[in-house]
Design a protein around this ligand. Structure first.
Ligand code: GLU
Length: 304
């Protein structure tokens, strides 16, 4: 792809059928890239062998196509990229940033304070203070996970929609897992490696991932990778104010397809995004000239 061109991405986790929240992010990520004359790549985030299946990957692609969204190049499967993640992991290891963590889930939670903005656990770094000999001893009985040691460093960036966001890596986020004890590479590592190797310049996704950005920016620096720009979308909520999740079966695409045609669903999503002033049927292609970041709402919204 030419340099200077926007390259957006779809990065669904194929752990089930697409639901409304995925479609919302995918439509707006696609509109943002295409309205800038940019490319769009597809990555199936199927790292977790317990949750992801090949047939879900195929279904995700059919669902995107059903809505009228397309992508360039061959889709990338995270499950086929272990060597690339291994290389990045070893690079960080050579920099002395990785240590084994022997804590069980219960110990981890006990050793944690809540993350400033998203309530996830901030690990207190206790396994990072073990000596090499202590580590070797523990290794005999337990397979460790692997964490990366983060510095006391403020990270701030300007989101396309949410504005400035800032975190102190050590205080607000803490040393985080890059590889699970079962050998599976963590989302934070894979996403950074993949966005760089796939030439992604613009990441558009749900606001629930906003607090991952400081970690991702820092990892990109450690791995000598460019920073993409980020746009974090408001979440779609159920009428009772809960976040729509995969367990809301009626928001799964299979169910939605019984109610809406593809242009009707695209129109309702575009209306929620304030790109059109009533929920009329319209194709993603027709929405391209109507897209602008200025129109999008910042706050979460209820899907009716
Ligand atoms: N795979 C993640 C999801 O489906 C998205 C990760 C990302 O966009 O960085 O929620």
């Amino acid at each position: 792809m030419e340099t200077g061109k926007t390259v957006g991405r779809f990065a669904p986790s194929p752990s089930g059928r697409m639901h409304l929240g995925n479609l919302w992010s995918c439509l707006l990520a696609w509109l943002s890239a295409r309205s800038a004359g940019g490319g769009m790549v597809l990555r199936l985030e199927d790292l977790d062998p317990d949750r992801c299946r090949r047939e879900y990957c195929d279904q995700v692609m059919r669902d995107l196509e059903w809505l009228g969204l397309d992508w360039d190049n061959t889709p990338v499967y995270q499950s086929q990229r272990m060597e690339i993640y291994e290389e990045a992991f070893q690079n960080l290891e050579r920099q002395g940033l990785i240590y084994p963590c022997f804590c069980t889930r219960a110990e981890r939670l006990a050793a944690s304070a809540p993350h400033r903005s998203d309530g996830t656990a901030v690990y207190d770094g206790r396994c990072g203070r073990l000596t090499a000999a202590e580590g070797r001893e523990l290794m005999k009985n337990r397979r460790p996970g692997w964490r990366v040691r983060v510095p006391e460093e403020e990270r701030s960036f300007c989101d396309l929609l949410q504005g400035r966001y800032q975190e102190n890596l050590a205080r607000d986020c803490g040393d985080f897992i890059l590889r699970r004890s079962d050998g599976v590479y963590a989302y934070q590592l894979a996403v950074v490696v993949d966005d760089a190797t796939m030439g992604v310049t613009q990441v558009v996704r749900g606001r629930d991932l906003l607090s991952s950005v400081p970690r991702q920016l820092w990892l990109q620096d450690r791995l000598d990778q460019p920073h993409p720009e980020y746009g974090h979308l408001p979440l779609l909520l159920a009428p009772d104010g809960r976040r729509l999740a995969k367990r809301d079966r009626d928001q799964e695409l299979g169910q939605l397809q019984k109610i809406y045609t593809a242009p009707e669903l695209a129109g309702r999503l575009a209306f929620s995004a304030r790109l059109i002033d009533r929920p009329q049927a319209i194709t993603p292609q027709e929405l391209i000239p109507l897209f602008s970041w200025e129109k999008l709402p910042k706050d979460d919204l209820v899907w009716m």
